[in-house]
Design a protein around this ligand. Structure first.
Ligand code: AMP
Length: 515
């Protein structure tokens, strides 16, 4: 059968190669031909009412670079037209020259840093996404993952919608476009009422900069102020870089409409009798340590995890060493609480991207080796307790343990500043399928043997909650979205359930045929 996308795929592939993108042919084609949808961890930013909106957005995105390193984009509105610049690669590689920033003109801009976890980074998926609707243009940047986007997408396609991306975020635009409501705002709200899952959105229309957070408040979104003009961002570190003041968190289910004159109107799209249940992984791993979340320094919270870990799982060793960078604050906390010296057993190269996202295990392993170098002088003959924030597949821990032993470590112990990750994530943090999660297949003792350490311990769930000042975990109303550890998903998982149902039906029909 002739694939109607084949020509487009070839053109897109050629363009990507020209752009010098990290290019993997099979996955590229997979996505272009409607393959696996992309899960995304991302950073979003928006500002209105200031002449240097694009430059401020570029700075904001730079501060949010840790949330996504594969692509970045800025969209702006100059009072007459929308403009957009979207690129594969880092913010600093693409938004540092004046000419680029000059092209995204106007006093209002939004931006996005993107981290596609399936390797299929293609230019047309790079956000902000843009559409021309009957009420004018709309640009949108999304952090999070929808859990019913496949179902909605299939329904929309059946009704004649033409999708331009393989990203779940486009569903917002398609639903907004088809809404029978009159104003752009009501159309967007109509769309929000149909989606399930996690989203922090910044949206730009010709009238306003809009921010929305999902009804559970899974992904973060904050409101700031720069000389009286509203700013929206995923984390406070983005406000710090541009000299803006933190105003407040956007509430779960809230939509804020920010105007160029500085006015901010708020509406509650979904009743919010409950407090937010933010993703606990933001605090454990994802947010930048210098960000403030819910009034607390992320760095200090992570140190508390390390302190608690030292109480729960002490270790008789010569030194405490982090797996850099993610394990550093917890290792400092562990060292302070245990009275052991903090040492750098590993030196991290800052010239290599994140290893976690590599789609193939072989590449991932080589990535770990290039990213961390053993510091022989500090290691030789020593008993070491290594601290990391989390174990996902076990790749990092196994490689590093081997590295330390090769460099002469006498004993290598490991302590992890969160409980075992047992369940996959569907909200944009991208911890992989259950089969890939080492802790969902093995006991702690089996993991210890697999990664080759002398002893291994994880922080307890109540310890985690208590270190964050919210514990012990309240079974009926947990303070966080913590399904990675508990399997307690706070939203419906429509696509997931649908996929399981079809797999079961297929299996049943196979059994019926073969009997
Ligand atoms: P793994 O090597 O698969 O066990 O992954 C564990 C390492 O990846 C840890 O050092 C974490 O800091 C990091 N990590 C954990 N969760 C994520 C995530 N969602 N995205 C990227 N890196 C992660």
């Amino acid at each position: 059968m002739v694939n109607p996308n084949a020509d487009f795929a070839a053109v897109a592939a050629r363009r990507l190669r020209k752009l010098g993108a990290r290019y993997r042919r099979t996955q590229e084609f997979d996505a272009l031909l409607g393959g696996p949808t992309l899960n995304e961890e991302c950073g979003v930013f928006g500002v209105i009412g200031t002449p240097d909106a694009a430059a401020l957005t570029a700075l904001g995105l730079h501060a949010l670079q840790h949330r996504g390193q594969e692509a970045a984009g800025i969209a702006s509105y100059d009072g007459e037209q929308f403009h957009s610049e979207r690129h594969l690669g880092l913010v600093s590689d693409n938004f540092s020259d004046q000419a680029t920033l000059d092209r995204v003109k106007g006093v209002a801009a939004i931006g996005h840093t993107r981290y596609s976890t399936q390797g299929a980074t293609i230019l047309r998926n790079v956000q902000p996404l843009y559409a021309d609707l009957d009420r004018g243009g709309i640009a949108l940047a999304h952090n999070g993952n929808l859990t019913n986007s496949k179902k909605l997408r299939a329904e929309l396609v059946q009704r004649g919608a033409i999708f331009h991306t393989t990203s779940d975020s486009e569903v917002f635009l398609q639903l907004t476009a088809r809404s029978h409501q009159l104003s752009m705002l009501d159309k967007l709200i109509d769309a929000l009422k149909q989606v399930e899952g996690a989203y922090a959105l910044v949206v730009l229309t010709k009238d306003a900069l809009i921010g929305v957070r999902d009804p559970v408040g899974i992904r973060p979104l904050i409101l700031g102020s720069l000389n009286g003009k509203p700013v929206l961002a995923s984390e406070t570190c983005a406000l710090d870089l541009i000299g803006a003041r933190f105003v407040r968190d956007i509430r779960p289910g809230e939509i804020v409409i920010c105007k160029a004159n500085g006015e901010v109107e708020s509406r509650q799209v979904f009743p919010s009798s409950d407090p937010a249940r933010p993703c606990i992984f933001e605090l454990i791993y994802f947010a930048r340590p210098n960000s403030i979340v819910d009034g607390n320094s992320v760095y200090e919270l992570r140190k508390k995890l390390g302190k608690r870990l030292a109480q729960e799982a002490p270790c008789e060793v010569d030194m405490v060493a982090p797996i850099p960078d993610s394990g550093v604050p917890a290792a400092i906390g562990y060292a302070q609480a245990s009275g052991l010296p903090f040492e750098q057993a590993l030196i991290r190269s800052h010239f290599i991207g994140r290893t976690f996202i590599e789609p193939e295990q072989r590449i991932r392993e080589a990535g770990v080796a290039r990213k961390h170098a053993p510091n022989r002088g500090a290691i030789e003959g020593k008993r070491i307790v290594l601290i990391d924030d989390s174990i996902v597949r076990g790749t990092t821990s196994r490689k590093i343990t081997q590295m330390l032993r090769n460099a002469g470590a006498r004993e290598v112990h490991m302590r992890i500043a969160c409980p075992p990750i047992l369940y996959p994530d569907f909200y944009g943090i991208d911890t992989p399928s259950k089969e890939e999660l080492i802790a969902s297949k093995m006991t702690v003792e089996e993991i210890r043997a697999e990664i080759g350490v002398d002893s291994l311990a994880f922080l307890s769930l109540d310890g985690l909650y208590e270190a964050f000042g919210k514990g012990p975990r309240d079974e009926t109303a947990p303070a966080f979205t913590d399904h990675c550890f508990t399997g307690d998903y706070p939203t419906r998982l429509t696509d997931q359930n649908e996929a399981q149902r079809s797999a079961m039906i297929q299996q049943l029909s196979f059994l019926a045929e073969s009997s």
